[in-house]
Ligand binder design. Structure first.
Ligand SMILES: [Zn+2]
Length: 156
């Protein structure tokens, strides 16, 4: 009798699938912050708002709310009319305005670039004079509220 019937390969197949599955499934599903060495794992988890318009609008809404909060605390964005950088400005008093230059704004500002190119040190300048004009304009238009640390009158 030469009829050797081999058992079907299902068993072997199933085992190799199991192996494959097991190999794939390291323990990256709960990555509670033990190791910091593995970067890039979170990137593919980045939410895709394009496929989720409701979520996207929710995010946009919260961004608007954030901006309003900045405005409410006296911090406003002012664009330099000359070089079109935007900086955050907080008016602390009639003669005291705090300007927060981001490094990107400093890089882009034409006035600072001019100083740099002529061998000067832009850090010694307090601000771009054109931007100062823009800030004055924003104040006169009421875009910038004066920030007062005085408590609201609630004595009675
Ligand atoms: Zn400027």
């Amino acid at each position: 009798m030469a009829a050797e019937q081999q058992p079907p390969d299902v068993d072997r197949l199933a085992r190799s699938m199991l192996l494959l599955h097991g190999g794939h499934d390291d323990d990256h599903e709960h990555g509670h912050g033990g190791h910091d060495g593995d970067s890039g794992g979170s990137w593919r988890k980045a939410p895709d708002f394009a496929s989720d318009p409701a979520r996207a609008s929710a995010v946009a809404e919260s961004t608007t709310r954030d901006r309003e909060r900045y405005l409410n605390s006296g911090l406003a964005e002012v664009d330099c009319r000359h070089c079109h950088v935007s900086v955050r400005v907080k008016k602390l008093g009639p003669a005291h305005t705090s300007v927060q230059w981001s490094s990107a704004a400093t890089q882009r500002c034409a006035y600072f670039t001019e100083i740099r190119e002529s061998g000067g040190d832009p850090a010694r300048e307090r601000a771009c004079p054109r931007l100062s004009d823009s800030i004055r304009h924003a104040v006169s238009e009421g875009c910038l509220e004066e920030y007062s640390s005085a408590p609201s009158p609630g004595d009675g």
